[in-house]
Write a protein that binds this ligand. Structure first.
Ligand SMILES: [Mn+2]
Length: 240
């Protein structure tokens, strides 16, 4: 029996850290590894590389998982950086955009978390709010730090008959660690859950042959205390 191979797009620690004697390291948050292993998948971390490597990486995996992290470079959706833009890593953005396009081309399912759902939206032609203060209405608190990540802080409501509705129900409390948000939705995606301020919290594919699920919260940080959050990984690894 072979386990589904889950490629997790890795991040890179570019700032000096005493933990690694100032050296750069490739990493992914442990929660993704744990949640994929619990779900019965075989996690493989994909280090940031040239976009031309995407085709070969995607061939090696069954499914693609995009993690959280830095802001998205605004040039990818036609804007210059605002003063409220946070840290970016253009190499990561270009590599992950190539992974998304290649996964779509090779019909490999994608599960995307936080920055990941924003990256998928931008890679497929959507746009972002560089900061939620640019949202036309008043946004709720979507950056819950310093509240611990296993505590859920805001509600999301899901669209009837959506994939995410089957997985978490009509309403669910989620954690929230984002200051950017989905603005214009890419043509092949649709919103299927929102916070009560109207901010998009879930995107799904509109095309059955392209399996994409992206959530704006962090299920990898509370999958151990919330069965619905582990359920997202179980579905992704075994059914999406
Ligand atoms: Mn949120």
């Amino acid at each position: 029996m072979s386990l589904p191979i889950i490629g997790i797009a890795g991040n890179q620690l570019v700032h000096a850290s005493q933990t690694f004697n100032g050296n750069q390291v490739t990493y992914t948050p442990q929660g993704f590894v744990n949640a994929v292993q619990i779900a019965g998948g075989l996690p493989l971390v994909l280090p940031i590389g040239e976009p031309t490597l995407a085709q070969s990486y995607i061939k090696q995996i069954d499914k693609l998982l995009l993690a959280g992290g830095q802001d998205i470079m605004p040039q990818l959706f036609g804007e210059e950086p605002s003063e409220k833009l946070g840290e970016i890593n253009p190499a990561r953005d270009h590599f992950e955009s190539a992974l998304v396009k290649e996964a779509v081309a090779q019909h490999k399912p994608i599960f995307a978390v936080c920055r990941g759902v924003q990256l998928v939206n931008v890679a497929l032609g959507g746009t972002l709010y560089q900061d939620l203060s640019f949202y036309e209405k008043t946004a709720l608190k979507h950056e819950q730090a310093p509240t611990a990540p296993w505590f859920a802080t805001h509600e999301v409501k899901t669209a009837p008959d959506s994939l995410v509705n089957n997985l978490i129900g009509d309403s669910h409390l989620v954690n929230s660690y984002h200051h950017q948000g989905i603005k214009k939705i890419a043509p092949q995606l649709k919103a299927t859950a929102w916070a009560n301020d109207g901010i998009v919290e879930v995107l799904e594919s509109t095309q059955p042959e392209h399996k994409i699920l992206g959530v704006q919260w962090h299920p990898e940080l509370n999958h151990h205390v919330d069965a619905k959050e582990q359920g997202l990984f179980n579905y992704f690894v075994n059914q999406l």
